[in-house]
Design a protein around this ligand. Structure first.
Ligand SMILES: NC(=O)c1ccc[n+]([C@@H]2O[C@H](COP(=O)([O-])OP(=O)(O)OC[C@H]3O[C@@H](n4cnc5c(N)ncnc54)[C@H](O)[C@@H]3O)[C@@H](O)[C@H]2O)c1
Length: 366
């Protein structure tokens, strides 16, 4: 069995989640890490037994097959393109880019090089969300008619030590957290055909709540409360609200209403959580979790899925088409909010294949 060499670019907050579980997936082999901040790269290298390198050295290293791009959103497309131009595949954190126009460059680059791009989120591969997918596919709640998604929090500046990017172009609650919700919905319902949105900036500044910069004020350049209606190709109409302006609420993260019943879906920012089903108008019952990866944080599974798919010549699940579709949906919601017009999407994607519940741990394809 061939494993692919991984080189990490961007040794910040989220990198621990990737490095901590990598050994559970045999098709990836973490080799090196790099960061524009050399001390950050050295710290992760020491902690996880990797080689610290410059970005240029990592891109030139023949042992690296996939660049794992965990930089902040404004660098995602540039680092992905640098990886492809160096002859390597790239897997990056969400969102795919800060605008559709820049992310579309990746379509040309993948077809020119024959290399792959993958993109988070991969939480839809978690046990909770694969269970929800199985329930929809089984027809237990009938055809999806409508649904809701609510991601409403007071703002990430409360806990993140460097939260500037959450309030700059490419940030905001929709670009930051929308990928989890929209990707989960696409996993269950298929692609979206059109969107409508409203959006506002509620406060012009935010105050950092933790770390060395605690008390520092940062500017807000993006909408912080966004309401949208997503019309899916299958006809389902979903209301999605994302906000950095809400202190507390009592909505489920996602609910799907079908022609024969309803389903409450676990938080799509996590791999685990309960799935509740009501058939007809009956009581809620907790669905049996039928899939692995529902007992912790498996961020890295999307990268492992892409590596195994490359080795086995399959289509990977957290794909460029999926993340480009998600980015177009989010950007179109914001354009719709500016223009007052609903927007028909130009990019589509195929629903990813569900995970097979019968495969052993760490294996994602036959
Ligand atoms: N923090 C979280 O809980 C979380 C969760 C899920 C996803 N994400 C996503 O992960 C990405 C990174 O988030 P984070 O919280 O780790 O950010 P962070 O600011 O903590 O870390 C980013 C790191 O990337 C480095 N970097 C930036 N540009 C670079 C470049 N061009 N070349 C090399 N290094 C570069 C920075 O020096 C920094 O060390 C974001 O896209 C974010 O949306 C974060």
């Amino acid at each position: 069995m061939r494993s692919l060499g991984i080189g990490l670019v961007g040794c910040g907050v989220i990198s621990d989640a990737y490095l901590g579980r990598a050994e559970q997936f045999p098709f990836i082999n973490m080799i090196a890490c790099s960061d524009i901040n050399e001390a950050a790269a050295k710290e992760k290298a020491d902690k996880y037994g990797l080689e610290a390198m410059t970005v240029d050295a990592l891109l030139a290293d023949d042992r690296i097959d996939i660049v794992l791009n965990l930089t902040t959103p404004q660098y995602h497309v540039d680092v992905n393109l640098a990886a492809l131009n160096a002859g390597k595949h790239a897997y990056c954190e969400k969102p795919l880019g800060t605008s559709l126009a820049e992310a579309e460059k990746l379509l040309e680059a993948t077809s020119r090089t024959g290399l792959r791009i993958g993109c988070a989120p991969d939480t839809f591969l978690g046990g909770a969300h694969q269970t929800a997918r199985r329930i929809i596919d089984s027809g237990a709640i009938g055809d999806a008619v409508a649904g809701t998604g609510f991601m409403m929090v007071p703002g990430h500046e409360r806990w993140h030590p460097n939260p500037d990017f959450y309030y700059q172009e490419g940030g905001g609650p929709l670009m930051d957290m929308g990928p989890y919700y929209i990707t989960s919905m696409i996993n269950m319902l298929g692609p979206v055909s059109s969107v409508y949105g409203t959006a506002k900036i509620t406060r012009p500044t935010r105050t950092i709540g933790s770390g060395p910069r605690e008390g520092e004020t940062i500017a807000v350049d993006v909408a912080t409360h966004i309401s949208a209606i997503l019309t899916f190709v299958n006809g389902a109409s979903i209301t999605l609200v994302t906000s950095f302006d809400v202190h507390k609420h009592d909505h489920s993260p996602i609910e799907i209403y079908g022609s024969n019943g309803s389903m409450v879906v676990a938080d799509p920012n996590n791999f685990d959580g309960d799935i509740l089903v009501s058939v007809g108008s009956g009581d809620w019952s907790k669905a049996e979790q039928t899939h692995l990866y529902g007992d912790g944080n498996y961020r890295v599974i999307g990268l492992a899925d892409m590596a195994e798919a490359i080795v086995k010549d399959q289509s990977h699940r957290a794909s460029l088409d999926l993340s480009l579709h998600v980015l177009e949906i989010m950007e179109s919601i914001l354009i719709s909010a500016d223009t007052g017009q609903a927007i028909t999407l130009k990019h589509q994607c195929k629903q990813a294949l569900p995970l097979q519940s019968t495969l052993p741990a760490g294996q994602l394809y036959n």
